[in-house]
Structures are given as structure tokens and as C-alpha cells.
Design a protein around this ligand. Structure first.
Ligand code: 16G
Ligand code: ZN
Length: 540
């Protein structure tokens, strides 16, 4: 009768009458919000199925379109440990999203049920969900509840949250009664966990000056304000956190001329910027899972401290702590990057820090999975999404080692606090902000010293809109750095790149737009522009 209930409910949420196929992509489903009601409805069904498949563990659903325009929205599913949805269920989601009538949905649901091997009468299903500040969020929640109810899930609506807060709650819920609870199952518990470990990780370090955070006029603003209430006051901690772009009551202001994506892609300061030379600024994106830093030098000359910089800063700090704690031989740090990482950052990781570096395809789930294989895996995309994962082996060493000196004890204490200050479920702007501030304080770095750790290669990112991006495929295992098709295109690119000193360029199909992206870097900045243009011409 679940099937019947689904058919009935689907009559109120007809699929948008468009020919295009919807696809569960790297960021779930994302599109204009008026196309989404049916999609959100079926995602409720998919999450319910997933929960049943994992014996009633809790599954999460986040309604957000991150850095995209306020007229867009999206939906994605969070798996039991706070990670991205298991692959086979992505296919189920895509399949159900492209069924055109309630009757068809019913039969497709029945066949999926069979294929997934879920008896119709199995355990209860549990789902929790949240949304960002977009105006369409509340309407979509209605469709979501209809899907969940038809499919028979028990659910909790957590209202407005950042994406990483929802990931936290999923993981906390599923580990609550186990041996390693992730944290209290509440928004409050999230703040308490971060605040406590921020104080512990700071130890006696003295933060330098203040940081101003551009919250993209999104959900990060009210949530950062909440977090600040749990932190020691600036007079005590020595750190002042200022907030700009917090106008969530103005929907059209979301991500408009501000936020991490704007600053990163435009290479300029956001709306509302009023910093002086060398003032430390950071930007969140619209759902607060990305953060980048930046500042102006005199001139003003804009300087970016992006995900690569946060990764190298973090890896170097953790590497030093392991040394001091006497654990450097037993616990290895790996840095996981994508093809977009600036070549200078990779060289610095390998030659400067003498740490392992590894590459994966674009998209958080690929980085996350690679990081899971490391002792300590530091992963960041250049665009500011990232976190650090501590393996059970590393965690055991960090918590069970007997310090041989006060210095070793101090290093161990900081490492212990870091394992809980860092949101190991997913990249998290709030957590990464506190982490970065802790490291800068310990190192005694201003933005100037941070930038001076290495010099970025001049780089450029281009985009060409194409009719069929699927004709652009990359060689498996190349981390998207080599094209397999169209035929001969990689040869042409190699030929162009060979003419430039330290040139590197790659082309890959976007996972989120009908376009291919072209990245290039070279020793000289005039060379990069020229090279990337030539590579773009091979596509047009
Ligand atoms: C998605 C990914 C992001 C990636 C971006 C690349 C997640 C949660 N998000 O937004 O990590 O950087 O896609 O977009 O995985 P592109 O394929 O259009 O270049
Ligand atoms: Zn985001």
C-alpha cells in the first residue's frame, strides 16, 4: 500500500513539464526552484528507501543551492555517517526523477524496491532535514513532507541550518548510542562542541587582530552569530570576529556580489568590503560549507588565500604537532587535492613540507573517500570546501600516547582538540574558520606571513558553453587531468601547453552546468592568458 500512497500523493506534485532529464549530480539536484517540487517529493521517497536499506538508520536531506542565485534551489541526501549519498541510490534518485506520471512512479518504485532487495515491510525509516534561507525553501519542505509521509518515514524538520550542521546532526544521531558518539544531537550541541574545542586548541596562543567574515547574506550569518555566543568574548580570547553581509531578510541579496564563490571566481573583494591594507577577511558561501580568506595589499592589490592555502596551512600545522608529540613516524599526513590546485601548492606540500600529496576527481565525495584511506587526510578544493579526517589509527595514537615531556603533552592536547574542532563529517565554513584562526594564532602569522609560505603560479580558469558536455570524458585515474574524448583533443592541448614555460592545462566537463571548464597555469601571467585562450579555441 506504500506504492498506492505514493501514487496518490504524486498527483499533487506533478513532475515539471520539461523534456530535459534531471540528474542527481555532484551536488544532488539543483535548478530553478519552480521545477523542484516533484524532485524534492521523490527525494523524500529515496531517503526513506535508503534508511530502510540501512536498517532504519537516520538519513539527512538538505534543501539548498549553495552559492547559486536566490531563484535556484536544490536538494541532496546525506548518508549515515554524514557523507554523500551512496552511489547506487544516486541512480535510484535519477530514475525516479525522470518518471512522468504518478502511475509510472508507482511501478518504478515497486521495481526499485525489488532491485534494492528491501522487503516492503521492513524496519521503520528515519529521516531528518533542513533548508537554507532561500525563499522557496518552505514551499519545498511541503513537497518533501508529502514524499516522506507517502513512503512511510518518521522525520524531524530542523528548520534553517547550514549544510554542515545537517551533516553533523545525521552523524550525531547515528552514533548517539554507540561507543564513539559524534556529539550532542542538537544545534546547540554543535556550537558547544566547536566552542569547547576552539578554546582547548588555542591553549595559550595569542590571536593577532580581528577577522571579518562575509556571510554571503546567507544562513552562515545567523549561525555564526549563534556560535559567537558560545565563544569567549574578544577581550578574553583576543580574537574579534566581525560579520558583514548578514541580510538574510533580503532574499535577492543572497550571494549577490559577495560570498566565497564570487570572491574566488572574480578575484576581488565582496560588496561591503571596507578593510584596510592587510586586514584579514574571509567569505562563506550561501550554505556555509565553503570558506576562503583574502586581503588587500597597498595599492590596493587583491590577495587570495583559498582552499589550497587553508590545506597547506593546516597540513603544515598538524605535521609540526605530530613532530612535537613524537608521532611523526607513526602517523602520516596526506594532502588530497584536485586538478584545480595551484601547482605551487602541490610543490610546497611535497618539497617544502615533505608530506604526501594525492589527486582525485572534482567533487567532495571523491576527496572525502581518498582522505578516508590516509592516516590523517587533509582535503580541500581550491574553491574552499574541505576538512581533515583522522583515521582510527591516528585517533588512537593521539589519544592514547603517553607524553614524555610537557612539550609533548601540549602538542597532544592541541591535536586532541583539533580532532573535535574539525567537522570530520564534511567541510564546514564555521569549523574551518575557527581552525584557521587557531593555526594563525599558534604560528603567529598575519595574512602576510601566511601568503609568503609559497608563491602561487599565475593561473586562469575559463569556461566554454557546449551543447553536449557528455562528449568530454577524461582518462580514468588521471584525476581529470587528461581527456579521453573527443579524439585528438588531448594531443592538441599537449602541443599548445608544451610551448609555455612550466605550462599546465586541462579541460573537463562541468558536473553542474552545460559547459566545459579550462584551467591553465604557467610561469608568466601573460603566457597563461595566451595559453588558455589557445586551448579554448580547440573547443569552440
Ligand atoms: C559541486 C561540488 C563541488 C565542486 C563543484 C564543481 C559537492 C558537494 N560539490 O558543487 O565540490 O567543486 O561541483 O563544479 O561535491 P563543476 O563540476 O561545475 O566544475
Ligand atoms: Zn556550498
Amino acid at each position: 500500500e506504500t506504492e498506492k500512497a505514493i501514487v496518490e500523493a504524486a498527483k499533487h506534485y506533478p513532475r515539471a513539464n520539461v523534456a530535459e532529464d534531471f540528474q542527481y549530480g555532484t551536488a544532488g539536484f539543483r535548478m530553478k526552484d519552480d521545477l523542484l517540487d516533484y524532485i524534492v517529493f521523490i527525494v523524500g521517497i529515496v531517503a526513506t528507501l535508503r534508511s530502510r536499506k540501512v536498517q532504519g538508520q537516520t538519513i539527512g536531506i538538505m534543501i539548498t543551492a549553495s552559492h547559486n542565485k536566490y531563484q535556484d534551489n536544490g536538494v541532496k541526501v546525506v548518508d549515515t555517517q554524514g557523507e554523500m549519498l551512496e552511489q547506487s541510490f544516486e541512480h535510484v534518485a535519477t530514475q525516479l526523477a525522470n518518471v512522468h506520471t504518478p502511475q509510472d512512479l508507482g511501478t518504478t518504485y515497486a521495481s526499485v524496491l525489488k532491485k534494492l532487495n528491501i522487503p516492503a515491510t521492513t524496519k521503520k525509516a528515519h529521516v531528518i532535514f533542513a533548508r537554507d534561507t532561500r525563499p522557496s525553501g518552505l514551499r519545498l519542505v511541503k513537497a518533501l513532507k508529502a514524499g516522506l509521509e507517502a513512503a512511510g518515514a518518521e522525520y524531524i524538520d530542523y528548520g534553517v541550518l547550514t549544510t554542515p550542521q545537517l551533516h553533523y546532526l545525521v552523524k550525531a544521531t547515528n552514533t548517539e548510542s554507540g561507543r564513539n558518539p559524534f556529539g550532542e544531537v542538537s544545534e546547540e550541541g554543535y556550537y558547544k562542541k566547536l566552542a569547547k574545542n576552539f578554546v582547548a586548541a588555542m591553549e595559550d596562543a595569542k590571536p593577532i587582530g580581528s577577522v571579518t567574515v562575509d556571510c554571503a547574506n546567507g544562513v552562515g550569518a545567523p549561525k555564526l552569530k549563534q556560535l559567537l555566543k558560545h565563544l569567549p568574548p574578544p577581550e578574553k580570547s583576543g580574537l574579534r570576529i566581525r560579520i558583514v553581509n548578514d541580510q538574510i531578510e533580503k532574499p535577492e541579496a543572497l550571494n549577490e556580489g559577495c560570498g566565497a564563490d564570487f570572491v574566488k571566481t572574480q578575484q576581488t573583494t565582496p560588496a561591503g568590503f571596507n578593510g584596510k591594507a592587510y586586514d584579514r577577511w574571509a567569505s562563506f558561501d550561501g550554505d556555509a560549507d565553503r570558506i576562503i580568506y583574502y586581503f588587500n595589499e597597498e595599492g590596493p592589490v587583491f590577495r587570495m588565500l583559498d582552499g589550497d592555502r587553508i590545506a597547506t596551512l593546516t597540513a603544515s600545522f598538524i605535521g609540526e604537532l605530530l613532530q612535537k608529540a613524537g608521532l611523526a613516524e607513526k602517523v602520516k599526513v596526506s594532502v588530497i587535492q584536485t586538478a584545480y590546485a595551484n601547482g605551487a601548492s602541490t610543490r610546497y606540500i611535497e618539497q617544502g613540507l615533505k608530506l604526501k600529496s594525492e589527486f582525485t576527481d572534482t567533487g567532495v565525495k571523491h576527496l572525502h573517500h581518498a582522505a578516508l584511506r590516509a592516516d590523517i587526510g587533509v582535503y580541500f578544493e581550491a574553491n574552499g570546501h574541505g576538512t581533515v579526517l583522522f583515521s582510527p589509527h591516528a585517533t588512537k595514537k593521539i589519544f592514547l600516547s603517553e607524553p614524555q615531556s610537557p612539550a609533548q603533552l601540549e602538542a597532544l592536547n592541541i591535536l586532541r582538540a583539533l580532532t573535535d574542532l574539525i567537522n570530520q563529517a564534511v567541510g564546514d565554513a564555521l569549523s574551518d574558520l575557527l581552525l584557521t584562526e587557531v593555526i594563525l594564532a599558534h604560528k603567529g602569522f598575519t595574512v602576510k606571513e601566511w601568503l609568503a609560505t609559497y608563491t602561487d603560479m599565475p593561473s586562469r580558469l575559463g569556461k566554454v558553453n557546449v551543447l553536449d558536455r557528455r562528449s568530454y570524458t577524461t582518462v580514468p585515474g588521471s584525476a581529470e587531468r587528461k581527456l579521453a574524448s573527443p579524439q585528438y583533443m588531448q594531443e592538441k592541448i599537449d602541443e599548445i601547453v608544451a610551448k609555455y614555460k612550466d605550462g599546465r592545462s586541462f579541460v573537463r566537463a562541468s558536473g553542474t552546468e552545460d559547459a566545459v571548464r579550462i584551467y591553465g597555469e604557467a610561469a608568466e601571467s601573460f603566457d597563461v592568458d595566451n595559453m588558455v585562450e589557445k586551448v579554448m579555441e580547440t573547443i569552440m
